[in-house]
Design a protein around this ligand. Structure first.
Ligand code: ABU
Length: 393
């Protein structure tokens, strides 16, 4: 690894962080975590603390295979530090009996241009997760003197940062009308964004407003990224758009909901997969119309998630591009594999379902450090600074 730079989700991958499963814990049912659980009755399926020992062995086996595949394609692989997350933490305003882990770098670290941005996380169990990345970020800065590191404001995560009486998922009617009104489990009392809510499309960044990213978080990103920096390969200010998916009862992270598959070229529009269960708000579709077709993602192969996984079956969409026409897909997701092949993509199949309980699939378990490519403008119909601030129905 000698360069830090990323502008898209699909350009040729050169270096990446792959997470580590060690000491990953099932977190306490604090407000941000409880919002992922279906009902009070099903909370017992998520016992707080370390997982059964076999879970770590199975996840590591799949991660080792992923690392072999990435290395075969010439990708340099880096890791966060292994730390003991099975410890209680406290701040002046709250305590948490255990932390989460460093399995999902995508949620906390994102490289935009040459800026390594560290998010402020939305749940208390993830407050100190940055510690696992500080050594790695230091190495990146040494290797690429033109790169820089920004730690976003750390949210306080006090009680007022959450709607404490947020309805369980099973109370779908109540939840659904709150989500339609954009009343998420996180309030606007903190600056909160998780990096997995950001999708990079060259000059345009789409950021999902939901449980794990609030409007203050999106505003921080917009202000931070709104100046050109030629030294960092950034010719024009990024356009940061707030988007949302009103049918999603658990609106967290973009990468199992809305995922770019193919970039546009001179002849054809690009392709984005959108989960048919979580469609993009209608009023936002015109932004994409000239450059991308938004297709329903193929039906996920599974209706349930593996035991102890709080993620949805739409992890079928949580894929990883090796280059614009090569993509890593979970090997049981036959519908997705077939559809991607019909689009002319080369699919690399890897088993990964044992990793799901650690927080997600390939996209979640990684974070790109270097992809080739520059700051391309895929949305030429937008004016220099035209951004979507907040969608309306
Ligand atoms: N971290 C991605 C998980 C999103 C989902 O459960 O759909």
């Amino acid at each position: 690894m000698s360069t830090i730079s990323c502008f898209t989700e699909w350009d040729k991958l050169e270096a990446i962080i792959v997470g580590v499963p060690d000491y990953n814990c099932q977190p306490d049912h604090e407000p941000g975590v409880k919002a992922k659980i279906f009902s009070a009755a099903s909370a017992k399926d998520f016992p707080v603390g370390l997982r059964p020992p076999g879970a770590y062995v199975a996840a590591q086996r799949e991660l080792d295979n992923l690392i072999r595949v990435l290395t075969f394609y010439g990708v340099k692989v880096e890791h966060p530090e292994v730390l003991d997350w099975n410890q209680g933490i406290s701040t002046p305003w709250w305590t948490a009996p255990v932390m989460h882990g460093a399995s999902c770098p995508r949620d906390i670290i994102t490289v935009i241009g040459k800026d390594i941005i560290e998010s402020g996380m939305s749940s208390r169990c993830r407050f100190f997760e940055y510690a696992a990345y500080r050594g790695l970020i230091g190495r990146c800065l040494e290797l690429d003197p033109a790169s820089r590191w920004t730690a976003a404001p750390k949210p306080v995560l006090w009680d007022k940062a959450y709607r404490s009486d947020y309805p369980w998922k099973e109370d779908s009617e109540k939840r659904s009308s709150m989500i339609e009104r954009k009343e998420f489990v996180t309030t606007e009392e903190d600056v909160i964004f998780e990096a997995a809510d950001i999708m990079k499309f060259g000059r345009d960044l789409f950021v999902r407003h939901g449980f794990t990213t609030n409007l203050k978080g999106i505003d921080w990103l917009r202000r931070h990224l709104s100046w050109p920096n030629a030294d960092a390969g950034v010719d024009a200010p990024f356009r940061v758009h707030a988007i949302d998916f009103p049918n999603d009862l658990c609106p967290l992270h973009m990468d199992a909901t809305f995922f770019p598959i193919k970039a546009p070229d001179n002849e054809r529009k690009g392709v984005i997969y959108n989960s048919p269960a979580r469609r993009l708000r209608e009023s936002l579709k015109p932004i994409f119309r000239d450059s991308f077709d938004i297709l329903d993602a193929p039906q996920a192969q599974w209706t349930d998630s593996p035991p102890r996984s709080m993620c949805s079956p739409w992890l079928s969409m949580n894929m990883l591009h090796i280059d614009p026409s090569t993509i890593i897909v979970e090997s049981t997701e036959k519908n997705t594999i077939k559809h991607l092949e019909s689009l002319g993509m080369k699919v690399v199949q890897c088993p990964f379902r044992s990793c799901y309980e650690m927080g997600g699939s390939f996209h979640c378990h990684t974070s790109d450090l270097h992809r080739q490519g520059m700051q391309v403008d895929y949305f030429k119909h937008l004016t220099t600074t035209q951004v979507t601030r907040e969608s309306s129905a």
